[in-house]
Design a protein around this ligand. Structure first.
Ligand SMILES: *Cc1c(COP(=O)(O)O)cnc(C)c1O
Length: 437
């Protein structure tokens, strides 16, 4: 896989460089030069293949020549260690549950794949790195668990004190081994500032080999394309075959971009729905052709509170900067917190299914699309990005009664929190990091 920068098509970077640097130096984003097509015979017979076989086929086609086959196979097997089942709610509507991994959110796929790809290259060169992450919740949990006990990598996670949910905090602070957590007396922005400042500090970088687990890293997108194929496979296997539309709850649009990559690789998709909260820059772009990034608003679906979605440039790239072409393939809808709550209620009352606020937005988006296109004989799949038990404060009444805590959530609750409480102060942060080196 050769990659170019969205700011300079002449750049030709290999996969390894893109993984360790996350971003090209010119401020663009790395983009695969070619998305090879999956063998049409494989796609036609996809219902016969397991999730792992599908993931292996997709990664082999994308990464052949970059990572030795046996090693890549092992990376894929460790990434897809849990299922992503397709659950039917009613006739036309299915939910793809992406929360069966260790952190109970879809970000597990990206974090697990990326950590193992990094470890593969580090092992070859006998090098170690130290990853710094600032998190407002879900990203940190997936990174903590995805990088846990992975050789050659230390991880330090910064999170804002009192501003993450109890389940999220446990995920960040109970892993141990190569994962440590710092609870910052400040906001998420403060955490991000501390991390950015560390990357600019020459001495720290030299001593620790700092790296990031950035959400726009190409190694996080690739494994997210696996489950779109797997969803289609389950649809073909269990239900009468029909065209499929995917509704994706979106913030930075990594998940939707991965779906578009799967489509470009030959997955038959009729249409995508970009479902957002009131941070609706992309739905607005799809309506007007104008993109207006702005500061984000706080909402109930806070992992999607993004005012300037970082993968939007990649989406433009996939459609040759043509709003009309993008519009033919993607419809955008946005929903308020009240509409999000109403969607949660509706699914609870009609289908006895409890969904997290992010998922509820994808559900609402799919419902609206199917209402507006009643004659299309399609199956609709909406992506469930997190387990509802991560957001216990959202639910009341019947929903609260139905809400289940899986065994791994309860086990997590019993574990002891270990975090260093720290002032929002760079000099202290610096000393902490150097003491670990
Ligand atoms: C990160 C996240 C999203 C948004 O995904 P993007 O790839 O940033 O669009 C949606 N739901 C949950 C639960 C998340 O953690």
């Amino acid at each position: 896989m050769k990659l170019y920068s969205t700011n300079n098509k002449k750049i030709n970077t290999d996969f390894k460089t893109a993984v360790f640097h996350s971003l090209p130096p010119d401020g663009g984003l790395y983009m695969p030069r070619r998305l090879s097509r999956i063998d049409p015979v494989f796609v036609a017979t996809i219902a016969m293949h397991s999730f792992r076989e599908i993931a292996w086929e997709v990664s082999r086609v994308l990464l052949d020549g970059e990572i030795e086959r046996d090693a890549l196979k092992k990376i894929v097997e460790e990434t897809v260690e849990f299922d992503a089942p397709l659950v039917r709610l009613d006739g036309d509507v299915c939910v793809l549950e992406l929360f069966h991994g260790p952190s109970m959110a879809f970000k597990d796929f990206g974090a697990r794949f990326m950590s193992r790809v990094m470890a593969y290259y580090l092992e070859k060169e006998q090098k170690d790195i130290h990853i710094l992450v600032a998190t407002s919740g879900d990203t940190g949990g997936a990174v903590a668990m995805g990088f846990y006990d992975v050789p050659h990598i230390r991880v330090t996670i910064l999170y804002p004190s009192g501003k993450v949910s109890p389940v999220q905090e446990k995920q960040l602070t109970t892993m141990g081994k190569n994962i440590s957590a710092i609870e910052v007396k400040g906001t998420f922005d403060d955490c991000q500032r501390l991390v950015k400042q560390a990357f600019l500090d020459g001495e720290l970088n030299a001593k620790l080999s700092l790296s990031s687990a950035n959400s726009i890293n190409i190694a996080r997108l690739i494994p997210q394309s696996f489950y779109y194929f797997h969803a289609y496979s389950q649809l073909r296997r269990d239900y009468e075959t029909r065209d499929v539309v995917f509704s994706v709850p979106s913030g930075n649009f990594g998940n939707l971009t991965a779906g578009l990559m799967a489509w470009k690789m030959g997955l038959p998709v009729r249409h995508f729905i970009a479902s957002t909260n009131i941070n609706d820059e992309v739905p607005q772009y799809l309506r007007t052709g104008l993109f207006n990034p702005r500061p984000s608003f706080h909402t109930l679906s806070n992992a999607m509170d993004v005012g300037n979605p970082s993968n939007f440039t990649r989406m433009l790239e996939l459609f040759g900067d043509d709003a009309a072409a993008m519009r033919r393939m993607i419809t955008g809808y946005s929903f308020t917190d009240d509409q999000t709550r109403a969607a949660i209620e509706k699914a609870v009352n009609e289908d006895r299914y409890v969904m997290c606020p992010h998922t509820a937005i994808a559900y609402a988006g799919l419902k609206r699309y199917l209402d507006e296109h009643p004659r299309e004989n399609v199956a609709g799949i909406f992506l469930s990005t997190a387990h509802p038990c991560k957001f216990p404060d959202v639910y009341e009444g019947y929903a609260k009664k139905l809400l289940e805590y899986p065994e791994r959530a309860r086990a997590m609750e019993k574990k002891e929190k270990k975090a260093l409480l720290m002032e929002n102060d760079f000099r202290t942060f610096r000393e902490v990091l150097l003491a670990e080196a």
